[in-house]
Ligand binder design. Structure first.
Ligand SMILES: NC(=O)c1ccc[n+]([C@@H]2O[C@H](COP(=O)([O-])OP(=O)(O)OC[C@H]3O[C@@H](n4cnc5c(N)ncnc54)[C@H](O)[C@@H]3O)[C@@H](O)[C@H]2O)c1
Length: 254
């Protein structure tokens, strides 16, 4: 699909999956607006590229950014809710401020961006919201109580948006497995043996490797395409088979 004259908003687009996604839409002709907490490090300077420094968990910042994007591009048809943070801890270890931070950045941001961008889609007569969830929306691991809770709740919010705004706006969730991004690289550095942890991540995926940001971005773009026009309220895993096995990718029987 050619996205010329269409506007795509991508949150958390400074690096990782968000940056790959923003570039993919840009290459497909779209006007791209980036909402990122940090500075835009892509080096792209073009009239179709509009980087906004915005903490998507803060309502006033999302509202102001939405107004600036509308002023710049006139309309918004696609919203990619990708911004997310990973924090570690069980419920007894997680402070309530940290719990709130994880909920606000991973979940409330989707509510806020949907709240301020869906009216533009309704004006345009058509739109798609893609929420980046996780395999941790379905299966879990130790020590990620807040993150897995937020990622699971995203599926419920996806269904609500899909029902409330159909048929004008479609809403889907894309659920990555382990993807090679700064988030992953930072996480494995917390271990005394990062290479071993990386190998464990690789071994969990029957496909035999971890995924790339570009592979997730391609699925997000497809979900925005008219070819996916009969898909709404659903999720799709982009996880190399992680989550379909009983014993990871171990070759031996249980
Ligand atoms: N990398 C993985 O293995 C993996 C797996 C499953 C799901 N995900 C999800 O994919 C999404 C992207 O992950 P990634 O690996 O590319 O992460 P990343 O840490 O590499 O990049 C995240 C981006 O979000 C931005 N961001 C963080 N908080 C923000 C805020 N409050 N407001 C605006 N921007 C903010 C960061 O500045 C950064 O540019 C996240 O929602 C993450 O939970 C990632």
């Amino acid at each position: 699909m050619d996205f010329t004259n269409k506007t795509v908003v991508v949150t958390g687009a400074g690096k990782g999956i968000g940056a790959a996604c923003a570039k993919l839409f840009f290459d497909a002709g779209a006007n791209v607006a980036l909402l990122n907490k940090g500075a835009d490090e892509t080096g792209i300077n073009d009239h179709r590229w509009f980087a906004q420094q915005c903490d998507v968990s803060v309502e006033a910042q999302v509202k102001a950014s939405a107004e600036r994007i509308k002023e710049r591009f006139g309309t918004v048809q696609y919203l990619i809710n990708n911004a997310g943070i990973q924090r570690y801890g069980t419920v007894t270890e997680t402070g309530s401020d940290e719990w709130d931070e994880v909920m606000n950045v991973n979940l409330k941001s989707i509510f806020l961006c949907a709240k301020y961008f869906i009216p533009y889609m309704q004006e345009a007569g058509k739109g798609v919201v893609v929420n980046v969830a996780s395999v941790q929306s379905f299966v879990s691991q130790r020590n990620v109580a807040a993150y897995t809770t937020a990622k699971t709740a995203i599926l419920g919010l996806t269904r609500s948006i899909a029902i409330d705004y159909a048929p004008t706006v479609r809403c889907v969730a894309v659920c990555p497995g382990t993807i090679d991004t700064p988030m992953l690289r930072d996480a494995i550095q917390l271990s005394p043996d990062p290479e071993e942890v990386l190998q464990e991540c690789i071994d969990m995926h029957p496909i035999g490797r971890i995924g790339t940001a570009g592979e997730v971005a391609e699925v997000i773009k497809f979900m925005c395409d008219d070819a996916a026009g009969f898909i709404t309220g659903q999720y799709i895993r982009v996880d190399g088979g992680l989550g379909i096995t009983i014993n990871g990718s171990k070759k031996e029987a249980l």
